[in-house]
Design a binder for this molecule. Structure first.
Ligand code: SAH
Length: 494
């Protein structure tokens, strides 16, 4: 059976700019062949089982020559594989996508193309530059500024200037001076607004605005590097007014997210949407205890309990795993009332069609124990090393409680030198902690002997903050233990 190749445009960098069709192709891929310009956040979306082939080209260095890339695609497809060829921006715009399809077509291999959002339009857009505007121009021209070694630029500048349209140059950083000189010689007005947008749509985006005359010097001074687009035309004058991306509240701020992998998504996405440069370091993982005689026993006696208490989404998932593993569903919980420590846990319950009968006003173990409506016996299904605050508060009220571990938190992370360097050298580096266990996981990832005094731990609640202080981490605490409040705290803190 012959496989198939799907050429997918990954967009310019912001993972949100990958199309839905592109994402679907990526998730179904058995082999992914990708380039240097595809962002790590998009690479993280491919299935773990997919074979990953990096054919990334570095400027002036081509680790995998084009004909070899074409051959890889053909060979993998002939093996019967579902191949995705992932390329930055749009595959057919200066992406050599056409060349890659020729060999496939010649061999009768099936292929598809999923267009991507091109940097030629998106990078200016994120820099506040609409590539056309009725008042300024009536055409857009996308030109390659790539210069073959030792050759002159092959661009008809007179023709470009005559169009009076917006000009966007890709691959033009090293030829910037030649491009501007070419346009000036072709009699374009020297004060024509011009801009460079570097690493467009990523947290590291920089826009440099100048005029056609001054742009080369300003860009050199600011040490502009590839990838960057050069934009020339009146539309560039709109950038100051329209630059929404640079004005995002967290733009220019790095935030480390330590949540477990399966739960980091929403927090990271929200911080990214606010412009943060998010580093995901899932510092803990949770695994249900299986087999677990203590949980089996408690679940068999479930009717003896008045309350079933859950203190994290991981606890809800472990409970659900247990039910499924025993051929049961939510109906097995008919006899108990459900308590959740906070809205996140209540939402996890709701995801299984279950309503939390009680959520404390302050979302922590102590308030849960103190506020749980009195009644019969309590069953707490939670992490192995759950906070004693819950059981202590219940004991004070003479409420009997069986505290049963249903999952374990793992801290075994590889040491990260990169994270350690950032923690020690970047004053004010923000690190989010959503539980005391994420603090422990973070410390084990960085190394307990590191200097934590320059970073700031953004903590979801008092217990988390107390754990962080134990390691000498300066902290700030959210006004309540929710993701909303944590995000608010981060925005206020920068
Ligand atoms: N197919 C791609 C372009 C490939 S050519 C697309 O449609 O975007 C590579 C050039 O694209 C780079 O030299 C640079 O000019 C531009 N480019 C790619 N990603 C970019 C980004 N995030 N910001 C600015 N320019 C980018």
């Amino acid at each position: 059976m012959k496989g198939k190749v799907t050429l997918v445009g990954a967009g310019p960098g912001d993972p949100g700019l990958l199309t839905r069709k592109g994402l679907e192709a990526l998730q179904n891929a058995q082999v992914v062949v990708y380039d240097r310009l595809v962002s790590p956040a998009i690479l993280a979306l491919m299935p773990e089982t997919a074979e990953q082939i990096n054919v990334g080209k570095q400027a002036a260095r081509h680790p995998v020559p084009q004909d070899q890339i074409n051959q890889i695609l053909l060979d993998k497809a002939l093996e019967g594989k579902n191949v995705v060829r992932l390329k930055g921006g749009d595959p057919f715009l200066f992406g050599r996508g056409g060349e890659e399809l020729e060999l496939l077509a010649a061999h009768g291999v099936a292929f598809e193309e999923v267009p991507g959002i091109t940097s030629a339009i998106a990078a200016p857009a994120y820099g506040g530059i609409p590539v056309t505007h009725r008042d300024c121009c009536s055409s857009l021209h996308i030109v390659t500024g790539h210069q073959r070694a030792g050759k002159e630029l092959d661009i008809d500048f007179e023709a470009l200037v005559r169009t009076k349209g917006t000009l966007v140059f890709l691959m033009g950083v090293s030829a910037l001076e030649a491009i501007c000189t070419g346009l000036l010689k072709a009699c374009m007005a020297p004060d024509t607004p011009a801009a460079v947008v570097e690493r467009g749509t990523t947290p590291a985006q920089r826009r440099i605005s100048a005029t056609l005359t001054t742009l080369p010097a300003v860009a050199a001074e600011k040490q502009v590097e590839s990838p960057a687009v050069i934009v020339v035309g009146q539309v560039c004058a709109l950038a100051e007014e329209f630059d929404w991306f640079d004005k995002l509240p967290l733009k220019g701020n790095r935030v480390v997210v330590t949540r477990p992998k399966e739960r980091s998504g929403t927090l990271s996405a929200r911080l990214q949407a606010l412009g943060a440069d998010v580093w995901e370091y899932p510092c803990i993982a949770t695994v249900p205890l299986d087999p677990c005689p203590a949980v089996d026993g408690a679940m068999e006696r479930l009717e003896e309990y008045e309350w079933l208490v859950l203190t994290s989404p991981a606890g809800v998932e472990a409970l659900w795993r247990w039910l499924e593993g025993h051929g049961k569903d939510a109906r097995a919980l008919w006899s108990v009332k459900l308590a959740a420590i906070g809205p996140g846990t209540a939402r996890a319950l709701a995801g299984h069609g279950l309503k939390a009968d009680y959520v404390p006003e302050v979302y922590d173990a102590a308030h849960l124990g103190a506020g749980l409506p009195a009644g019969g016996k309590v069953l707490a299904l939670r992490a192995e090393e759950g906070s004693p605050a819950l059981t202590e508060a219940l004991a004070k009220r003479n409420i009997p409680c069986d505290d049963v571990a249903s999952y374990r938190t793992l801290y075994e992370n590889p040491r990260s030198q990169k994270l350690r360097e950032a923690v020690e050298s970047q004053a004010g580096l923000l690190v989010t902690f959503t539980s005391a266990s994420t603090v422990k996981g973070f410390v084990s990832t960085v190394g307990e002997d590191a200097d934590f005094s320059r970073m700031v731990g953004m903590c979801i609640g008092a217990q988390t903050a107390a754990e962080a202080r134990n390691y000498g981490i300066p902290v700030r605490v959210a006004r309540e233990a929710t993701m909303d409040a944590l995000v608010e705290l981060i925005v206020e803190g920068v």
